[in-house]
Design a protein around this ligand. Structure first.
Ligand code: TRP
Length: 328
């Protein structure tokens, strides 16, 4: 039997190259080998965006198009909407009976994010979203969760919940493991440690070739290299960091050329945007099909959500039986 993958994203805007190297590339690579479930976590998006639910319908479709554009194949990957799978909400409630408030309060990701959003107090849903994410992962008994490095604590937490459930009741749930992309974390174009929408330092998978060229041309380089003939220091250069990820065959030659000023930043950036556009071109082609026929996107989501509900029904029946809630 095939192993099972579950992973996904909050629908809060377009996906970018950081998502691609962190997780999307792995998902595409593994969809042949694993029965793959991709969750569009709309309820989780509400943990921070509950005042703006009106953005969700558009964002859900946009993320779906990003998935299809990178090459997730709806024949192999079940793409579905979290809030339309009621068994996930049910599991969340059951798990919250044996998870303590202190464990959640000390969760490092929750702490960091609460600080980042400036929360003095936080909602019950925000504090508890790792429990809900554990339900996302376990509702279909996933064993593997391809994610970016920042999500690893949540997957570990889901693993603990599954183990605890299995000990307390019956061994029903699979214990999931995280799989992190080779790159770990992609720096932002501004040299910031992380590519992130809120920092405005992203290249989106949906950017046009011109936007990519423009953004790369503005990217931060070695600050000590002011003039064309100054010697470069590739190890402090953002563009070099990108070349390592997206143009690995060129890196050895480039390092030398930069350090000896044989190549200038303008040419180096041109090479990078050409490489990025070569990566994005097939995505643009696939996306065009869905932009031209939005009904296709709806059909994929409806079918995927249907299948997710069926899987959820199977798991919840076993869970209820294990918890003595199968009364009739
Ligand atoms: N927390 C993830 C993010 O912010 C999104 C997510 C929700 C997720 N449920 C998941 C990721 C389950 C992996 C598995 O990107």
């Amino acid at each position: 039997m095939k192993g099972r993958i579950l992973t996904g994203d909050r629908p809060t805007g377009p996906l970018h190259l950081g998502h691609y190297v962190g997780s999307l590339a792995n998902r595409v690579k593994l969809q042949d080998e694993y029965d793959t479930f991709i969750i569009i976590a709309d309820v989780q998006a509400l943990t921070t965006n509950f005042e703006h639910p009106e953005k969700l319908p558009g964002d859900v479709r946009q993320v779906t198009k990003d998935y299809l554009a990178v090459g997730l194949d709806p024949e192999k990957a079940t793409i579905f909407v979290q809030s339309l799978v009621p068994q996930i909400a049910e599991l969340t409630i059951f798990y919250s009976m044996f998870i303590t408030v202190n464990v959640l309060r000390h969760n490092p990701t929750i702490k960091t994010e609460a600080k980042q959003y400036g929360y003095q107090d936080m909602t019950y849903g925000f504090l508890g979203y790792p429990v809900s994410q554990a339900a996302d992962i376990t509702f279909c008994k996933a064993n593997l969760v391809p994610v970016g490095a920042d999500q690893v604590p949540h997957v570990e937490f889901a693993r603990k919940i599954a183990r605890r459930f299995n000990e307390l009741y019956k061994p029903v749930l699979a214990e999931p493991e995280a799989l992190v992309g080779d790159v770990g974390r992609l720096v932002g174009l501004d040299g910031n440690a992380k590519m992130s929408k809120s920092l405005g330092n992203c290249i989106y998978l949906s950017d046009s070739p011109e936007e990519v060229k423009q953004k790369v041309s503005m990217a931060v380089t070695d600050p000590a290299r002011m003039r064309r003939n100054d010697l470069g220091h590739p190890n402090v250069c953002t563009v070099f960091a990108y070349q390592k990820v997206f143009n690995p065959g060129f890196v050895k030659e480039l390092k030398k050329a930069c350090e000896t000023a044989a190549i200038g930043c303008v040419d180096c950036k041109k090479r990078l945007s050409a490489e990025l556009n070569a990566l994005l071109d097939p995505m643009r082609e696939r996306r065009a099909k869905y932009e031209a026929d939005p009904k296709l996107v709806e059909e994929i989501l409806i079918a995927g959500t249907d299948r997710a509900r069926q899987e959820g029904a199977k798991t919840i029946a076993e869970v209820r039986e294990a918890m003595c809630l199968d009364y009739f």
